[in-house]
Design a protein around this ligand. Structure first.
Ligand code: CO
Ligand code: ZN
Length: 329
């Protein structure tokens, strides 16, 4: 699974620019689904069918897009001003590197007027894409953060764990799941970081009875960290609430039962800030019973998003048990 994770987290794919990561995922899931389609926004919908006419439809969704930046101005030297794609923290950017679709690596600098101790505004940062020759970057080009996967014991560190780790979990479930009593739509959604958009249209197409997002969540286990119960290594977290949704009680119960039956540890999550595809899936058509299985992650939306691989493994086992068990609507 680690090689799949490496491929996913190291691939370019800011929101709205998911072509490269979509191709990587399509190759990973080749031969694993009964049907694969790509919707108008670009999300992948991969079905595993039960073969039964009255089967329950369950949708899983993880987002393939990542946060990034979009070029708003280019000067003739190759210094770029940019706006955010999704939630960027200006105080994490200086000195970092970014990757454009064509492979160009940019470095982030800051205006000299900003003192070394203060937080710059996004407008005071620039991307240096100069190359001593003619550069190719233009207004509207998008960049993602650039960083390789690192392994430190049980900890996996990368940019875009949010939410490529969810994509990796879905791929692993697709690889492992043989017979399933449900029709399962594995969705790899686009444009989550700019408003949970891809999962919304995909959920309309899938029309599920149950929908589960698989995404990262924050933790409270760092020095002077958030007051939050979730910690790395204590199991995947079953979302109860975040800033945009109250998880459907039926889905919370389904996941808690599956965790107990699979004998995997789990945590209960209340997240004050942030949300996932589950919030948009819940509100399509006449409403969908929706929830989220969260992977605890430190330093979300930085180049060093950190997860524990035991939580990842346990999330796969929990989902396997859930999909193999009967559910009542
Ligand atoms: Co995010
Ligand atoms: Zn996410």
């Amino acid at each position: 699974m680690i090689e799949t994770i490496r491929k996913l987290v190291e691939t370019y794919g800011p929101s709205g620019h998911e072509g490269q990561i979509r191709d990587v995922i399509l190759r990973e899931i080749e031969g694993l689904a009964d049907e694969v389609s790509i919707d108008a926004l670009g999300s992948i919908i991969a079905w595993k069918r039960s073969g039964k006419p009255d089967a329950t439809t369950i949708m899983l969704s993880s987002h393939m897009d990542e946060i990034g930046m979009i070029v708003t101005h280019v000067d003739k030297e190759g210094f770029l001003r940019f706006a955010n794609i999704g939630g960027l923290y200006p105080n994490t950017l200086l000195g970092n590197r970014v990757l454009f679709a064509d492979g160009t690596i940019g470095t982030i600098g800051v205006d000299a007027e900003v003192s070394a101790t203060s937080t710059p505004k996004l407008s005071q940062l620039f991307i240096d894409a100069s190359n001593g020759k003619k550069h190719t970057v233009k207004v509207g080009d998008a960049a993602g953060l650039h960083r390789t996967l690192e392994v430190r014991g049980e900890r996996l560190i990368a940019k875009s764990m949010d939410d490529r780790i969810g994509c990796a979990i879905q791929i692993e479930v697709m690889r492992t799941l043989k017979q399933c009593p449900h029709d399962v739509a594995f969705v790899f959604s686009v444009q989550e970081e700019v408003g949970l958009r891809g999962a919304q249209t995909a959920a309309y197409a899938v029309a599920p009875q149950f929908a589960i997002a698989i995404d990262v969540t924050r933790t409270g286990d760092t020095p002077n960290g958030y007051k939050m119960e979730v910690a790395l290594g204590k199991g995947p977290a079953i979302k109860i609430k975040d800033s945009r949704m109250l998880a459907s009680p039926e889905v919370i119960t389904l996941m808690e039962k599956a965790a107990k039956a699979a004998n995997v540890p789990y945590q209960r999550e209340v997240l004050i800030q942030g949300s996932t595809d589950a919030a948009s899936m819940q509100l399509v058509r006449a409403g969908v019973r929706a929830g989220c299985l969260s992977i605890p992650c430190r330093y979300v939306h930085t180049t060093s998003e950190t997860v524990d691989r035991n939580d990842v493994k346990n999330a796969v086992q929990l989902l396997m048990k859930l999909l193999e068990s009967p559910v009542k609507v």
